[in-house]
Ligand binder design. Structure first.
Ligand code: CA
Length: 242
């Protein structure tokens, strides 16, 4: 199943094919502002997102059965993330579960994995990291993660980019920058959004780092035959296929 595919139609306009929209993610997180921010980012990346602010809500929501993946914080009121995971596994649920844990909470990670979580991510994390874990987990459940635009193709789990079938050698940050732009194709991303996506929610550096990496990325893409792909929107940010 294709999760996302953007390509040009015959008039050269951007058209979207099958989207992440068929991938429904449950977010179990009681820090509401953070939960809403993550949900918005996931929706912008083309996923459907549902929120649960307590473990009990998460369990109820998971029992509806129309979810593809759950991202669950360990520290949840009423029922913590580990208990939620164990309860779901005891009920026979095979829902892929990604656990969010605090940096020093090694015990939580071990308990989470023992309870049946498939993977964990340590807070704070960059949004690109979360998407990479989601992609890896949904790939295991038989979905692919390919992004395409014009002659450019990105195989996300394989970390491979090609232009006209020829591989382009990108550093991890350049790859994440391109991934971020491709996932939001057709929409302008601000420098702050890009910075947050690639460098993390707490990264405290000037947004100039974004301009620098866009410069690197453009040069590599142009060398590979895909020039003028990334558009600069003066005073705002960058876009692909706007
Ligand atoms: Ca929490």
């Amino acid at each position: 199943m294709e999760r996302i595919c953007c390509s040009f139609d015959t008039r050269g306009k951007l058209s979207r094919g099958a989207h992440h929209g068929d991938v429904h993610v449950l977010l179990g997180e009681d820090e509401r502002r953070f939960a809403h921010l993550l949900a918005r980012r996931l929706e912008e990346a083309g996923f459907a997102a549902s929120l649960a602010f307590t473990g009990t809500q998460g369990l109820e929501r998971a029992n509806h059965g129309d979810l593809d993946l759950a991202v669950v914080d360990v520290m949840l009121p009423e029922m913590d993330g580990v208990t939620l995971t164990r309860t779901l596994r005891d009920q026979g649920s095979q829902l892929p579960i990604l656990m969010l844990t605090a940096r020093d909470a090694v015990d939580d990670r071990v308990r989470g994995l023992q309870a049946g979580a498939d993977d964990y991510l340590v807070k704070p994390f960059a949004f690109a990291e979360l998407l990479a874990r989601i992609d890896a987990l949904t790939r295991r459940t038989g979905r692919s993660a390919r992004l395409a635009f014009g002659p450019m193709e990105m195989d996300v789990p394989a970390h491979r980019v090609t232009v006209g079938g020829r591989p382009v050698d990108l550093t991890p940050k350049e790859f994440e920058l391109l991934e971020c732009l491709l996932r939001s194709a057709g929409r302008v991303l601000t420098r702050s959004e890009i910075k947050e996506y690639v460098w993390g929610f707490t990264f405290d550096a000037p947004t100039k780092v974004v301009d620098l990496y866009v410069h690197y990325l453009r040069r590599k893409l142009a060398d590979a035959g895909a020039s003028d792909v990334i558009e600069t929107i003066r005073g705002v940010g960058y876009a692909i296929g706007r």
